[in-house]
Ligand binder design. Sequence first.
Ligand code: SF4
Length: 290
Amino acid sequence: MKIIRAKSAGFCFGVERAIGIARKCTDCGRNKVYTDGPLIHNRQMMERLEEEGILEIGDYQSSNELKSELSSKKADDVLVVRAHGVSPERREYLKNLGLTFKDATCPDVGRIAGAIKIHAQKGYTIIIMGDPKHPEVIGLLGYASGKGYVVKNNEDIDALPKIEGDICLVSQSTMFPDDYQAIADYLKKRFPNLEVIDTICGATKERQKDVTVLAKQGAQAIIVIGGRHSANTVKLAIMAKRTGLPCFHIETLAELNLNEIKKFDVVGVTAGASTPEFLIDEVCNALNKI
Ligand code: SF4
């Protein structure tokens, strides 16, 4: 069997950076490091980080009270903000917990937050295209000064109230560019003065493009490795299905039906931006033995 591994498979720079910040904060195991919700959306990597003293507390959407979970905290313990970022209110809350505060928000998410904040200060109404339950979107909405809406599809746009004045559209960092353009076009019919900012991150675009490259290179099936909570991994799996090839979205090798995979001579492998190298290697090594 020939295996084609996508060039961009695995950690993006935002995830690498967040893990690097959290690891540095442990000071070689001397400090406890807490993350408000998962630092990245990969369960297996979070389990490894836990062994290094990087502990997830709170909840997926960064909304829970943390004080009871931190009752035995020490002065050197550190609270790290996850790669997806948090709202300004949550940031203030975390800063006041009495721990050292470190921000591992991905700079690309920070840029979206900055664009929202500046436009909101100028009086714009902000529309965010994305998943309203995703922590990145929840955090971003907090920068809209109460004048923000989240839309996923045209029905959500139809349900928007009448909006006076300037309007600005941004997206969650992991959207499909085509879908974003379609949403922008539909919104413009209702709000011709809409200002559209391209906020899909470079890592997402690169990974999505590389899935189509796998198909062009002759892959007969595509394996996508990564967490089911990971927005960019889920998008890669959708992208792989759009190529028309059989797609296998797995979190780990244990989920892969090797008998099914044996039917193909050429298999493409890609992985989400939060999928660690060891999980990709595990799958590729198993395929190499076929
Ligand atoms: S996928 Fe993009 S926005 Fe998200 S952490 Fe990676 S680089 Fe940052």
